[in-house]
Write a protein that binds this ligand. Structure first.
Ligand code: ZN
Ligand code: ZN
Length: 385
């Protein structure tokens, strides 16, 4: 890896600046401004405004294939507990998922490739807003990302605590689970807690239903299917001696196969509408569809693997790793365009704090690895310049 010292110095500065000034989804005003400035100075064509704060830098180097590389820019609503000098200056907001690092790596890779230009074709550098639950990637797709910027393939990386620095994991299929949320309302008839026969108790139904939903993964699906149903919130009831009129349950469903996702949804709906009936209670459900399965396409995943083996050594590359049951909105881009998403190990001598933890901080040792990886991927996928 031989990157210019000036570039690495800039990258470290940007990373810590982004970390100090985190911005929540769709509010990445300062971040996107800085990204656009650096891309413009590096000589790229810059397009702004897709999904609000999205930035796309285009580097054309003659005719040839077109690929996209994507980074996410948003932070999380968490108060940072670490004590780094570059700690968040915004109470209640922090880069706890390393998107400051992803943005920096892609920005530095754009600067480096604008200098070296050892490829023929076009690279779009995509900086997306609002990865954390707000669907920035989907919004970019809906606003015409792939019609305005047609691409042959798209790639994204995420730093991954739990794997050592210098390692990489990629699959020729699912990397991350789908995510959907639901809200179930159980409507009964309120009455005196001493005279349950004069009402219809939604509390008892809630208890039955929570347990019944657990039988979907354990009894209705094959043990080889992957699904998690979690009821995470329950609310209802005001007085200790009153059976409540209504109970609301909320939760999430995560799956690794899209057919399993459809089946789990149908089974939950069946339970919600039929199970309460003999209790004299009615149930209905509202779905909040989240992200699809982050499913890599085989050929781009193999390209990532080949470049990783060359850069990091074969023993450092995991292929067909167990997917994570967490989710990722890059999935929405992979539904519309072939591509691959992969993890870069983030544990140094001291293991990294987990993602979304208040003591997490992006490991800067990943900067040169990430920048070089993007450069080599471009030079591997696109014909030589
Ligand atoms: Zn995250
Ligand atoms: Zn993330």
């Amino acid at each position: 890896m031989s990157l210019p010292a000036v570039l690495l110095g800039n990258a470290l500065t940007w990373r810590r600046q982004f970390h100090q000034h985190p911005e929540l989804g769709y509010q990445e005003l300062q971040t996107s401004e800085q990204v656009a400035d650096v891309l413009t100075q590096a000589g790229l064509q810059v397009f702004r405004g897709l999904a609000g704060t999205g930035v796309i830098g285009t580097l054309e180097n003659g005719p040839g294939p077109v690929i996209g590389l994507r980074a996410d820019m948003d932070a999380l609503p968490i108060t940072e507990k670490g004590d780094a000098q570059w700690k968040s200056t915004r109470p209640g907001v922090m880069h706890a998922c390393g998107h400051d690092g992803h943005t920096t790596i892609l920005l530095a890779a754009a600067c480096q490739l604008a200098e070296t230009r050892n490829f023929r074709g076009t690279v779009h550098f995509l900086f997306q807003p609002a990865e954390e639950n707000l669907g920035g990637a989907r919004k970019m797709v809906e606003e015409g990302l792939f019609t305005r910027f047609p691409m042959d393939a798209i790639y994204a990386m995420h730093n991954w605590p739990g794997m050592p620095v210098g390692s990489l994991a990629v699959n020729p299929g699912a990397m991350m689970a789908s995510l959907d949320s639901f809200e179930i309302t159980l409507h009964g008839k309120s009455c005196h807690a001493a005279m349950p026969e004069s009402g219809a108790d939604p509390m008892v139904v809630a208890a039955e239903l929570i347990l019944a939903l657990q039988t979907i993964p354990s009894r209705r699906l094959s043990p080889l299917a992957s699904a998690v149903v979690s009821v995470t919130q329950i609310s209802g009831g005001e007085a200790i001696n009153v059976i409540p009129e209504q109970i609301v349950l909320r939760g999430t469903v995560r799956c690794l196969q899209s057919d399993v996702r459809d089946r789990v949804r149908a089974l939950i709906e069946d339970f919600v509408t039929t199970l309460p009936r003999p209790f004299g209670v009615s149930g209905n459900i509202h779905w909040y569809p989240g992200y699809p399965v982050t499913a890599n396409h085989v050929a781009p995943a193999e390209q990532v693997r080949a470049v990783a083996c060359q850069l990091l050594g074969e023993s450092q590359v995991e292929w067909q790793v167990n997917p994570s049951m967490a989710s990722e909105d890059f999935a929405c881009m992979l539904e519309a365009c072939p591509g691959a998403y992969f993890w870069l190990g983030a544990d140094g001598a001291t293991p990294s704090a987990p993602l979304h933890n208040a003591r997490y901080d992006f490991n800067d040792a990943l900067l040169p690895i990430g920048i070089t990886f993007w450069q080599q991927l471009v030079e591997h996928v696109l014909p030589k310049g």
